[in-house]
Ligand binder design. Structure first.
Ligand SMILES: Cc1cc2nc3c(=O)[nH]c(=O)nc-3n(C[C@H](O)[C@H](O)[C@H](O)COP(=O)(O)OP(=O)(O)OC[C@H]3O[C@@H](n4cnc5c(N)ncnc54)[C@H](O)[C@@H]3O)c2cc1C
Length: 433
């Protein structure tokens, strides 16, 4: 049976490669060069639409570990990246043209892959299908996906608030409390008037990421970036996400002038997101300005805020651990559409979807890596049904199960990586022996 893959981006090519590596056959639909997304410019498969960096190569960094795991799984993207690397310090950066050409050659010359340069507007209702059409999936396919999933589980923009590591919050200043004494669910960073003024001025002046031509600023009305809200007047934030009502600062016994609330973001309680702080500020500016918030002076960010044009599904409601759509289990979703963020993460989910699509065709048990691995941690994030307002995420240590003991921060990455690679090896043995 031929497996249909829609989208020849980073996830689609990885998926195709995994299917043929196991002996399967693929029909790969890629609409370029007949039709382009607003970001793609070339006819090549696996085009990198923006940066040429696949980020840190150090295995004691979460994304470095993910890349190492991808190599263990026979990643075509990693093979191409290493073959076309350019000097970039500790990062793995590539010559983007050579990188995409390398992959295009490998895929188009493979005897068991047939490429069809067509736009797919309707998802096949039978056969085994992988959808990997990326963050700029067009209207027709999106509409069909919406029909298939039955409900409004498809998003067209992300609205991401920064996430900080709990241990980097200064609890001498911040305090735990829910409003009106109803528990202690939130961490609150209180501000007096002077501190608020300083923060407010810095926020207004901070540098922003410009919108792409295909992004519409009016879309954000329902979910405004914090800096845009600030522009509406000095008190807008104090009556919005920074309202202090119902909260008493235990240090003063009074209601603060303004409050930034942080909500727990993972079950381990190691990550907290800044409630209502979705933003288009540049990352360096987020670090500078948000560190002006009392209690966050030394905050370490697991994820910076962002707002992009980004088509993605509500993965916790729709995906199983094998990246299959629960309402239509002959369909797998991979790449950015599945709710991961970034080139490397997208490619990694393509690997898993490819492996499982082939296994489904062979009536073999589907597989998913342990949550202690980087790929497993990503899948856990996608499938965590406890998450309410699901937003895409890069790989970071906050997604991993805790090490079960206090470890100095400097050593943590190495320990996570050692555990992950040992578990991945065991898992691979179990699956393939
Ligand atoms: C403007 C922009 C900038 C970005 N910058 C970065 C960055 O710097 N670093 C980073 O890590 N990530 C970045 N990303 C995210 C990045 O796009 C994704 O992480 C990654 O490319 C997603 O891989 P993918 O395979 O899911 O989708 P893509 O790589 O986008 O591949 C999807 C493919 O599907 C094809 N396709 C779409 N619809 C159809 C259809 N109906 N029929 C047939 N073919 C179709 C497209 O032509 C495309 O080739 C950026 C995203 C955007 C939109």
């Amino acid at each position: 049976m031929k497996i249909t893959i829609i989208g020849g981006g980073l996830a689609g090519v990885e998926a195709a490669w995994q299917v043929v590596k196991q002996g399967g056959k693929v029909i790969l639909y890629e609409m370029r060069p007949k039709k382009f997304t607003p970001a793609h410019k070339t006819p090549y498969l696996a085009e990198l639409v923006c940066s040429n960096s696949l980020r840190s190569q150090a295995v004691n960094a979460a994304v470095g570990l993910l890349k190492k795991e991808m190599q263990c799984l026979g990643s075509l993207v990693m093979e191409a990246a290493l073959a076309t690397a350019v000097p970039a310090g500790k990062a793995l950066a590539v010559d983007r043209t050579l990188f995409a050409q390398y992959i295009t050659k490998k895929i188009s010359r493979h005897p068991r892959i047939e490429i069809r340069h067509e736009e797919v507007k309707h998802i096949p209702r039978s056969g085994i299908v992988i959808i990997a059409t990326g963050p700029l999936t067009g209207n027709s396919l999106s509409e069909d996906l919406r029909r298939l999933t039955g409900k409004d589980y498809l998003h067209f923009y992300d609205a991401i608030a920064p996430i900080v590591y709990a241990e980097s919050i200064n609890m001498e200043i911040a305090f735990r409390a829910s409003r009106y004494g109803k528990g202690e669910d939130y961490i609150n960073c209180p501000m007096d008037e002077k501190e608020y003024d300083r923060f407010y001025e810095a926020l207004l002046k901070a540098e922003r990421v410009p919108l792409h031509t295909f992004e519409k600023p009016h879309f954000f009305e329902g979910c405004l970036p914090i800096e845009v809200m600030a522009e509406r007047g000095k008190d807008t934030l104090r009556f919005g996400p920074m309202k202090p009502v119902g909260l008493t600062d235990p240090r003063t016994g009074k209601q603060p002038y303004a409050v930034v609330q942080l909500r727990q973001d993972n079950q381990e309680g190691t990550l907290y997101n800044m409630v209502g702080f979705q933003t288009k500020l540049k990352w360096t500016e987020q670090k500078r300005v948000f560190r002006l918030i009392p209690g966050l002076e030394q905050a370490e960010f697991a994820r910076y805020g962002s707002i992009h044009r980004n088509t993605f599904i509500d993965a916790p409601r729709l995906l199983d651990h094998y990246l299959r759509l629960k309402p239509a289990p002959h369909i797998f979703i991979a790449g950015q559409l599945s709710g991961v963020e970034g080139y490397v993460e997208s490619a990694a989910t393509g690997i898993l979807a490819g492996i499982n699509a082939w296994r489904l065709g062979q009536n073999k048990l589907l597989i998913s890596p342990p949550p202690t691995t980087a790929l497993g941690a990503l899948i856990s994030h996608l499938t965590n049904i406890v998450t309410k307002n699901f937003q895409p995420m890069n790989i970071n240590w906050g997604l991993f199960p805790s090490l079960g003991r206090q470890v100095p921060k400097k050593e943590r990455g190495k320990l996570y990586a050692t555990r992950a690679l040992a578990d991945l090896e065991r898992w691979l043995k179990d699956c393939y022996e």
